[in-house]
Design a protein around this ligand. Structure first.
Ligand code: DQQ
Length: 719
């Protein structure tokens, strides 16, 4: 028999025909044999696995392992839910497809993001970094820091070469005010940040089995936003962190464009459930569930996405891209869990309220938990009780009663600011009523008057306190972030409680564990600062500080009677005003200042008078924080509530290389600034006190502690 001539021959299906001693081509026989061989090999593999298991565990244990391993007390009962959900799953898919059609008309928020941020040369540069990173990755195990530097250097060199050859604009690294080692000096020493790449919102912070967990929005590949996964770190003290593997990655149709922000809830039986937003393959925002794969693992390293995801689709009245960031749930007296999700409707920010009995089947309520006109999209909602009596003791999210007030926080997508409002939550009607609508969300109190966004709190039952995390974004250029190899940090974790003195705001204070990082102390005492004075704190070189300073309140010591006309300067905290002059102030601190004061970040008080009433302002002036030109130097500020009985004004200022976090009057007002000095780096940075006002100001005390660096590293490296 001859070979067929004009066909491609599959050499695997050539059979030897013993009768004719010639090769026979038989596709049918070949298929049967293949199928037989496949079935045989599957059978043999299964048998081998079972034998191996029995050999290792012994027969009875092996059976137990498969069928009757004790179900942990704190494991959710998923019986019967999985099968139901699989059939629901395809219905969900069809619905998300329909929703995605309306999204296309909207232009696609993600596309907009890409166009805004990825300029031509950025694209080519990012590609280069990616290319070089993969080739260096193998060599990076031993010394990650050196390796990252090498990647950046090589990428820069080839970027310049490619950009030249393609006639593209070149980012002039030679003109950059920072060389690579100066850029490394901008990295924080004791604020939480991943080893490299991009981070944004804190997610599902929690305390469990002796460990604190922080999850965070993370791009594992680059120092800019994209391909968002959940990074994960663990700590026993909220200060020293070990990075563990990614908790979740975008690997399912319902989160393929990003595993977005979510929250953790401990159910009544101790089960830990995480609800998060998935950005689907069809660009729809849906809510998904995930559980620790092994609830016995104290590190909670592996996570299982629930087989019936998504558990919630956007309701028809909102856009499919305006439905995200579920809160931690709270348990009502009716036995139902409730949570809310941020959205917008006709320009109004809304908190959509849901309830459930099993955490899987959620029902939308007939009213929103809250709505504020014209505030745009609300992201990252947070809703929790605080004790009315002003005790710093925290309470769990499900607590209610006459002794509590409730706090609702929304992150305003349009302005990237976090606002909170305090009010009453009615546990019968599930309505929330702000105490004072004039300071409602978007109009009144902010957690922080500087850079602090997408925050999330949790109840820490170990410390009996409520702890708040907030994301501090970069404000240098994206090019700079890529060169640095990292972007964003988390603010220090803050304990938060109700301010019973003012009865209108919250108090926030760095968790007490931060005190353990304090080292040598430098002090000043009882000093009168005449107008125009700048005094260096001796020995103050360095860029890691925890500073507490108090001044006598000039108004409470009788000066209020000065017969001056009103100074209506509520906008005083604008650009460059630390060098301005008032009657009382500006006075305060200059941090991250170069020796010749070419660079300085001023944190100061200033008093204004209107209709005979004095108002205290606190400002953070970044206008001279850096000689670099392409960094954001916006100044921030706020009015500070100061009670008549308060004879002292206080600042606690925490400095960490490129972060200045300020807590005013015991934490009534907070301001966080990003600064990027070029001269005032590391030991070249100095600390001064100053008074630019006309009237002398009495400095009562200043204590400045050097803060030690915290070594954060991957958990695996210390095994
Ligand atoms: N960041 C997440 C969203 C959230 C936004 C995406 C807030 O879930 O609304 O990274 O920064």
């Amino acid at each position: 028999m001859a070979f067929p001539l004009n066909e491609e021959i599959d050499t695997h299906s050539l059979l030897w025909d013993s009768d004719t001693a010639s090769a026979t081509y038989s596709p049918l026989i070949s298929f049967k044999i293949k199928a037989l061989l496949l079935a045989l090999s599957i059978f043999i593999s299964l048998a081998c696995i079972s034998l191996l298991k029995y050999a290792l565990l012994g027969f009875p244990e092996a059976m137990q392992f498969s069928f009757s391993k004790e179900v942990p007390r704190n494991q959710i009962n998923l019986d019967g839910i999985a099968s139901k959900s699989i059939s629901e799953n395809s219905a969900m898919r069809a619905k998300t497809f329909a929703l995605s059609q309306s999204l296309k008309e909207d232009g696609g928020a993600f596309k907009k993001f890409e166009t805004n941020y990825r300029t031509t040369w950025n694209k080519s540069y990012i590609e280069l970094v990616r290319k070089h990173k993969s080739s260096f990755d193998r060599a990076c195990y031993s010394n990650r820091k050196i390796c990252l530097k090498r990647i950046r250097k090589t990428a820069e060199a080839s970027h310049i070469k490619t950009a030249r050859s393609m006639n593209l604009p070149i980012f002039e690294y030679s003109n950059s005010p920072w060389n690579m080692s100066a850029l490394d000096s901008l990295r924080t020493a004791f604020h939480f940040q991943p080893e490299s790449n991009w981070m944004n919102d804190p997610n599902a912070p929690l305390y469990h089995n002796g460990l604190y967990h922080l999850f965070f929005q993370y791009n594992p590949n680059n120092a800019f936003w994209g391909l968002i996964s959940w990074g994960h770190a663990i700590s026993s003290d909220l200060v020293h962190w070990l990075y563990v593997e990614l908790a979740m990655q975008p690997d399912q149709w319902y989160d393929s464009q990003g595993v977005w922000t979510g929250s953790a809830t401990f159910l009544e039986d101790g089960t830990l459930a995480v609800l998060y937003t998935g950005f689907t393959n069809e660009s729809v925002q849906v809510q998904n569930l995930a559980f620790p794969a092994d609830p016995y693992d104290p590190l909670l390293r592996k996570w299982n996405k629930y087989v019936g995801n998504p558990v919630l689709l956007p309701p028809t009245e909102v856009q499919p891209t305006d439905f995200r960031d579920p809160t931690t749930a709270w348990l009502g007296a009716d036995g139902l869990w409730r949570m809310c999700i941020g959205s917008k409707l006709e320009g109004n920010g809304i908190a959509i309220l849901y309830s459930t009995s099993d955490f899987i089947n959620w029902k939308i309520d007939n009213h929103y938990l809250h709505e504020v006109e014209g505030t745009g999209m609300w992201e990252c909602l947070d809703f929790y009780p605080v004790l009315k009596n002003g005790s710093p003791i925290g309470i769990s999210t499900s607590r209610y009663g006459a002794h509590v007030k409730h706090v609702l926080k929304a992150s305003m997508d349009d302005s990237k600011l976090d606002f909170y409002v305090i009010g009453t939550y009615d546990h019968q009607s599930h309505t929330f009523t702000p105490d004072d609508r004039s300071v409602d969300l978007g109009r009144g109190h902010r957690y922080d008057y500087g850079k602090f966004y997408a925050s999330k709190s949790f109840y820490d039952d170990k410390g009996e306190r409520r702890i708040l995390w907030g994301w501090i974004n970069e404000s240098d250029s994206m090019q700079n972030d890529i060169r640095k190899g990292w972007a964003s940090v988390q603010a220090l974790p803050r304990q938060v409680w109700f301010d019973a003195d003012t009865e209108s705001n919250l108090i926030q204070w760095p968790v007490e564990e931060v005190l353990d990082l304090r080292r040598s102390k430098y002090s000043l005492e009882n000093m009168v600062l005449q107008g125009g004075t700048v005094v260096e704190v001796t020995g103050s070189s360095g860029s890691q500080w925890d500073i507490e300073v108090t001044f006598e309140n000039p108004i409470s010591i009788g000066n209020a009677e000065h017969n001056i006309s009103d100074i209506n300067q509520l906008s005083f905290c604008g650009e460059g005003n630390a060098s301005g002059k008032g009657l009382y102030g500006p006075f305060g601190l200059l941090v991250l200042a170069s020796e010749g004061l070419e660079e300085q970040t001023a944190i100061y008080f200033f008093f204004t008078k209107s209709n005979g009433t004095w108002t205290t302002l606190v400002c953070s002036d970044q206008s001279r924080s850096s000689l670099a030109i392409n960094v954001d130097k916006t100044s921030y500020g706020s009015v500070v509530p100061v009670l008549k009985k308060e004879k002292l004004l206080s600042l606690r200022v925490i400095v960490d290389h490129s972060i200045v976090e300020t807590f005013v009057q015991g934490g009534r007002v907070c301001i966080t600034s990003r600064v990027y000095p070029t001269l005032a780096l590391d030991n070249a940075a100095r600390l001064f006190v100053f008074n630019n006002g006309t009237m002398p100001i009495a400095l009562k005390s200043l204590d400045a502690w050097k803060v030690s660096k915290v070594d954060m590293h991957a958990y695996a490296t210390v095994q």
